[in-house]
Design a binder for this molecule. Structure first.
Ligand SMILES: Nc1ncnc2c1ncn2[C@@H]1O[C@H](COP(=O)(O)OP(=O)(O)OP(=O)(O)O)[C@@H](O)[C@H]1O
Ligand SMILES: [Mg+2]
Length: 256
């Protein structure tokens, strides 16, 4: 689905050279939810931006849905980018356009504006719970609502992959959780691949199947974040027991 082979990134030249990413190998499966964790400057955003080729790699190869996008020209990248949505910490909405116009703009930029574009945009806004804010300008919306518009803009393109760069970092915990819940339910409904940059382990443990930890441009860890998911009553009993008994612990067979 997404494959990085020995991908590296260096910014600047000579004295000012910064190796943001050392050669990285990474495979993300279709429908997987992967967190990129690390401190400031670790290379998280750079890695994310390489996936939709907002950054050009200094070395290695990038494959998205089986297609090698490493050397694609801007015009050929358009097709690939139609498959990849992105949302940002600072929402990146156009301030002189309404919520609806912002979502429509996303559809136009992706080159998919047909007769049904307005319909699609309205549907996307409805889906993120903003059916009553379609005519509002960004300045009239709260942070959480702005991020919902940004999510609607990304979703209207029906992307197979959604990249999120600190999408909830500027939001209070309550609003952040509501946005994460929205992302989780949309991901499940659509089977989207989600790559989420965060420095917050809570975000990764709530949302992600796997967390990649970056340090100074190196991948230093690859953690399975999925909780054990027993399906049988007995399996659940053993799992609950591992967590510690409570009054609510269900005995598998009282009469055995
Ligand atoms: N356009 C650029 N020009 C020069 N250096 C850059 C550029 N973009 C990033 N860098 C450098 O690359 C390194 C990694 O930056 P990156 O933005 O990927 O970090 P990050 O993990 O996303 O950090 P943060 O959590 O602060 O967003 C940093 O040292 C940064 O200064
Ligand atoms: Mg960043």
């Amino acid at each position: 689905m997404i494959e990085l082979k020995q991908v590296s990134k260096t910014f600047g030249y000579g004295e000012k050279k910064v190796q943001a990413l050392h050669p990285i190998d990474l495979t993300i499966k279709q429908g997987e939810v992967v967190g990129l964790l690390g401190f400031s400057g670790a290379g998280k955003s750079t890695l994310l931006r390489l996936i939709n080729r907002l950054e050009v790699p200094s070395g290695g190869r990038i494959l998205v849905e089986g297609k090698d996008i490493t050397d694609l020209s801007e015009s050929n990248l358009r097709l690939v980018r139609q498959r990849i949505g992105m949302i940002f910490q600072q929402f990146n909405l156009l301030s002189n356009r309404t919520a609806l116009e912002n979502v429509l703009f996303g559809i136009q930029v992706s080159g998919r504006a047909g007769a049904d574009a307005t319909d699609k945009a309205l549907k996307a806004l409805h889906l993120v719970g903003l059916a009553d804010k379609t005519q509002a300008y960004p300045s009239q919306l709260s942070g959480g609502q702005k991020q919902r518009v940004a999510i609607a803009r990304a979703l209207a393109m029906e992307p197979g992959i959604l990249l999120c760069d600190e999408a909830t970092s500027a939001l209070d915990p309550h609003t952040a959780l509501s946005i994460l819940r929205l992302l989780k339910s949309l991901q499940r409904e659509r089977g989207m691949t989600l790559v989420v940059v965060t420095h917050d382990i809570k975000v990764a443990s709530y949302l992600c199947d796997r967390a990649i930890v970056l340090e100074k441009g190196h991948v230093v860890d690859n953690i399975d974040m999925r909780m054990p998911q027993p399906v049988s009553l007995l399996g659940k009993f053993f799992f609950e027991t591992a967590k510690g008994w409570t009054d609510e612990t269900v005995l598998p067979q009282e009469d055995a």
